[in-house]
Each structure stands twice: as structure tokens, then as C-alpha cells.
Design a binder for this molecule. Structure first.
Ligand SMILES: Cc1cc2nc3c(=O)[nH]c(=O)nc-3n(C[C@H](O)[C@H](O)[C@H](O)COP(=O)(O)OP(=O)(O)OC[C@H]3O[C@@H](n4cnc5c(N)ncnc54)[C@H](O)[C@@H]3O)c2cc1C
Length: 390
């Protein structure tokens, strides 16, 4: 054994680095293990959208699914201030801009969806306004006339995914967290009231508490402790155009199509919104260790959806890339202690860029004090306790 820690965090994505930061800030002895590099996976590959409205993936499954997904809205509300405060908190700008976001509708059916969504969100405290006619044109003059309505949320925006996670890792290290990269966890065993950790590079440690913040590898790491979590990997892709003069101050999404759009500080337009890329299948199994391949149909579909902003059409697409993220069967986050595994916690779920600082703070509160400043019950791994009898 080399060392003993209060908490070992597995995974150096946004969730792992932010959790390590909040724990170390409170004085805990923290070890973070990352098998590759900090921010190498979903946390460095994502679209950087800070979206607080319900997303298309929640709405497309119908009213019941949208209401279920809305059970995470208290976290969305918390995330608005978490992102506002983050740059000052960690002393790095991270490209956080909260200029507002709009979700578009083009057809009467989509206007109905938008209206219903906005009512649900307002009932739960989210500041959403419906814009139509001249008010919409004035607010977003860059939109095609085929867009007939939009839901405006003033705090949505963007952050730079390439900056945020490394900045959180630096902030955690500055508060005493030990960060080991290229150190894949391969062994996680409970014994004598502690967790024993073993890594492929020979590093060994013990920890009172272990946090699995391993993204699409969540079930793999949980499996080391002989426990199963229903976390499904999802392969997505993104596009970036050439730079152009600033014209798009908002985050733009669509209520009836997969779409997210924003302009970076450098002038490129990032186009995404949940278009699938293709998992590598090796020996009949999904290989989450290989980057998914790009799908041509997703590129053309995404560009077609982006035609709601005519100014994008002449811009050459410079780059397309893929990445993997996670979803749970009910689309709610998975945050909290794993049933029947004392001291083992997990944190993952959709939109964990937007919600990541919030997940991490609430999880660290739970670990440190046994309770969080927002109820985590609806997101607890205990709801999947029936999968693990032993
Ligand atoms: C293309 C794309 C676009 C997206 N756009 C958005 C968006 O605009 N807004 C939004 O909110 N969300 C978005 N997401 C989702 C978001 O990126 C993720 O929810 C979030 O980054 C997850 O962070 P994480 O730290 O849980 O996972 P990751 O960033 O994947 O980090 C997990 C880390 O664990 C490490 N790890 C795994 N196993 C081990 C092990 N055995 N030992 C040590 N380390 C290990 C991995 O190497 C990895 O670095 C997008 C995702 C993709 C792929």
C-alpha cells in the first residue's frame, strides 16, 4: 500500500474533477485517478451548451417522459448559479457566457409542445418566456422566417469544454487533491471498512469512500466492486464551421428536432444537438475504448436542422468529431451511494456538462455531511437496487 485517502475519485472528467475540487476545498484528503488525461473524453468533446430548459431528447418521448425528466429541474435551477459563480470560484474564466438561450418551433404542433413545456418549467420555477411575431424577430434577427415561435430562457449559454475540466483539476490540486493521470483503476475491493484500490500502473491505495465518475465506463468500474448500474453509453457527434463575425449571441435549440447552435468566442459556429455517431463494434460488443465513427447521415441531418439560421449556410464546415456520453433508463441523473456498497458513490447521467458542477457539489455535500442542500432522492442509485441482490 502506498497511501490512504478520505475519498478516491475515479475519473478525471468534469464530474470527477469538480467533485475532487469541492471535497478538497472542504479539507478532505482526495485522490483522483484518471486512466487517460484530464478532460480527454466527454467532458472535453462536448458542445459546451449550458441548457437549462428541458431538452429535445426529453420532449420527443411524450408528455409523461417530459414530466419525469422535469424531476431534475431543481438541479437545472441550481446549475444557473453554479455556472455564474464558477469562474470566480476557481479563478479561471473558462469561457462561461450566459447571454440567454432560445428553443425554436416551426409548426403549430411544435408551438403546442413549446407552450406546454414552458408551462411545466414555469411551474417549477424556471424563467421561460414565449416569443412570437415582432418580439421574436427583434430578439433573434438571425432566425429564418420559418421559425414561428421560441421559448427564451435568459440564463442559458455556453462554456468552453476544453478549459473547464483542466481548470477544475488545477483548482482541486491547489487545494491539496492528489491527481494521478494515466493510472487506470483495475481493482476495487471492500475490506476492513475501507476500499482497496489497485491500478494498472502498480499504484495501490486505500480510501474510506470511492466516487465513480467514470462516464461511459461507470458500469465497468462498478463491476469491479461486483455491483451493476444501468448506465447506457450514447455516441454523439458535432460539427464546427469556419469563423465568422459575431452574429449569434444565444444558445439555440429546437423543440422538434435535434439541434444546438452557438458561436464560440473565436467566431466558429458549433452545431450539434444529439445526432448519433457510430459505436465501434469489436467481437460483437460495443467498444467504448475506441472513438465512435462519424455518420454521414447525421452530418447532413444536423446541417438541415441548422438551416433555421440562414447565416450558417455559406460557412464551410471545418471539423466533425464524435464522443460518448451516458444516459439512464429514466433520463434522470444517477447521483449518490450505491446500494449494498457502503462508501461507494456514483455520479453520471445526461447533460453532465451543464449539470456537472451541481452534481459534484451535491455529491460532495452528501459524502461530507450525509445530506445535500437539494434532495437527491429522485436521482439515487437506490432506485436500481433491485438489480443487485448481493
Ligand atoms: C458530442 C457530445 C456533446 C455533448 N454536449 C453536451 C452539452 O452541450 N451540454 C451538456 O450538458 N452535456 C453535453 N454532453 C454530455 C457531457 O459531455 C457529459 O455528460 C459530461 O462531460 C460527462 O462528464 P463525466 O466526467 O461524467 O465523464 P467523462 O468526461 O467521460 O469522464 C470520465 C473519465 O473517467 C475516466 N475513467 C474511466 N474508467 C476509468 C478507470 N478505470 N480508471 C481511471 N479513470 C477512468 C475516463 O478516462 C474519463 O476521463 C455531450 C456529450 C457529447 C459526447
Amino acid at each position: 500500500m502506498n497511501d490512504t485517502y478520505d475519498v478516491a475519485v475515479i475519473g478525471g472528467g468534469l464530474l470527477g474533477c469538480a467533485t475532487a475540487y469541492y471535497l478538497a476545498r472542504a479539507g478532505a484528503g482526495v485522490l483522483l485517478l484518471e486512466k487517460n488525461q484530464i478532460g480527454r473524453h466527454a467532458s472535453g468533446q462536448n458542445a459546451g451548451s449550458l441548457h437549462f430548459q428541458l431538452e429535445y431528447r426529453m420532449i420527443e418521448q411524450g408528455r409523461k417522459a417530459a414530466r419525469e425528466a422535469a424531476r431534475a429541474l431543481p438541479l437545472h435551477l441550481d446549475a444557473i448559479t453554479a455556472w455564474r459563480d464558477l469562474p470566480q470560484e476557481i479563478g479561471e474564466d473558462c469561457g462561461v457566457v450566459q447571454n440567454g438561450g432560445i428553443m425554436l418551433a416551426e409548426t403549430p404542433h411544435q408551438i403546442g409542445l413549446l407552450t406546454e413545456k414552458a408551462e411545466l418549467e414555469r411551474s417549477l420555477g424556471l424563467d421561460v418566456t414565449l416569443l412570437e411575431g415582432p418580439a421574436l424577430r427583434e430578439h433573434a434577427p438571425y432566425l429564418s422566417t420559418k421559425v414561428t415561435a421560441a421559448a427564451y430562457m435568459p440564463h442559458e449559454g455556453k462554456a468552453n469544454p476544453r478549459l473547464v475540466t483542466p481548470a477544475l483539476a488545477r483548482a482541486a490540486a491547489a487545494r491539496g487533491a492528489e491527481i494521478r493521470v494515466r493510472s487506470p483503476l483495475t481493482e476495487l475491493i471492500r475490506g476492513a471498512g475501507r476500499w482497496r484500490l489497485g491500478c494498472a500502473d502498480g499504484f495501490r491505495a486505500r480510501a474510506q469512500t470511492v466516487v465513480i465518475a467514470a462516464g461511459v465506463w461507470t458500469d465497468q468500474v462498478a463491476g469491479m466492486a461486483d455491483v451493476r448500474l444501468p448506465v447506457t453509453p450514447v455516441a454523439l457527434q458535432m460539427l464546427a464551421t469556419a469563423r465568422t463575425a459575431p452574429f449569434l449571441p444565444h444558445l439555440v435549440q429546437h423543440v422538434g428536432r435535434r439541434l444546438s447552435l452557438k458561436q464560440t468566442a473565436e467566431g466558429n459556429v458549433l452545431i450539434g444537438g444529439g445526432w448519433p455517431s457510430a459505436f465501434v463494434i469489436r467481437e460483437g460488443r460495443t467498444d467504448v475504448d475506441s472513438p465512435p465513427g462519424l455518420r454521414h447521415s447525421s452530418i447532413t441531418g444536423n446541417l438541415d436542422a441548422a438551416s433555421v439560421i440562414p447565416g450558417i449556410r455559406p460557412l464551410p464546415v471545418l471539423r466533425a468529431w464524435s464522443g460518448m456520453t451516458t444516459l439512464t433508463p429514466d433520463q434522470l441523473p444517477l447521483i449518490g451511494e450505491v446500494p449494498r456498497r457502503p462508501g461507494l458513490y456514483a455520479a453520471t447521467g445526461g447533460s453532465a456538462f451543464t449539470l456537472g458542477p451541481t452534481y459534484a457539489r451535491l455529491l460532495s455535500e452528501t459524502i461530507l455531511t450525509g445530506t445535500a442542500s437539494l434532495p437527491l432522492g429522485p436521482y439515487s442509485p437506490a432506485r436500481f437496487g433491485f438489480l443487485n441482490a448481493a
